[in-house]
Design a protein around this ligand. Sequence first.
Ligand SMILES: [Zn+2]
Length: 294
Amino acid sequence: MKKLSVLTVLFVCCISIILLIDSQSKLGILNSIEMNKNNNQEINNSLQLKSKQTVEVKNAEQTEEKGIEEKIDASIPAIKKESFIIVIDPGHQAKADLEQEPIGPGAKEMKYKVTGGTSGVITKKPEYVLTLEAANFLKSHLEKRGFQVIMTRSTHDVNISNRERAEIANNYKADLFVRIHADGSESSKTSGFSILAPARENPYTLPIYEDSYQAAQLILANIGKEIPLHQNGIFFRSDMSGFNWSEVPVILPEIGFMTNPEDDRKLSDSSYLSNLMELMASGIEEYAVFKKHN
Ligand SMILES: [Zn+2]
């Protein structure tokens, strides 16, 4: 009987030891699984960190690339700014000056210094107000493209003759002198955009004839895509002191007929006027590119 009890105790002890070992080893496995999980988590975290770092590096690279792009973008206007000057003359002024001046260097023929210009048949806006509005748009569109722009006037209360306006362009050695005007006609039906340019046979403007004509053509090609032209869009003149005194390529855009109700209304619509000047700026930019390669 004693023998049986001892055997029973031994058996129970053995079972307990086996169970203890088993539970310990299970716990161990679980612990090791947990550890593995933790390790995996850490690996994941470190991968995430790495990928985050990669993203940051990429972002840094992109910022650097962007920086380079910006530097390149900024350098293009800088080159043009130094090398291409546009003088814009907003036609007329608040008060006409009907004194006279020679029509060209050494000329006996005289012409009014500055006439009064036309006015809007519907809007009643004077031409000198419209030309300054248009000139301001053109100036800002050209400056956005990196060009250097000089205005002959920025207010209405000035007295600058057409000869003096040309001399401003000469003094700046302008690459292009743009005289902004609007047209008037006895017929209210006459409408459209045109450009006046120095005539081939005009001795005063012989040296600037080719370039002036080229600029006029490139601007007309751009404007004509969207805006109706007056006749064929270009008129050659020999009788204008603002051309004859100019030693630099010169054009005179007539931006529309203020005596035509529809043109008058459109020209006083600032989005129309801004777009018209944007098209003109595109043409001027094409002329600048043309001059750079010719
Ligand atoms: Zn005018």
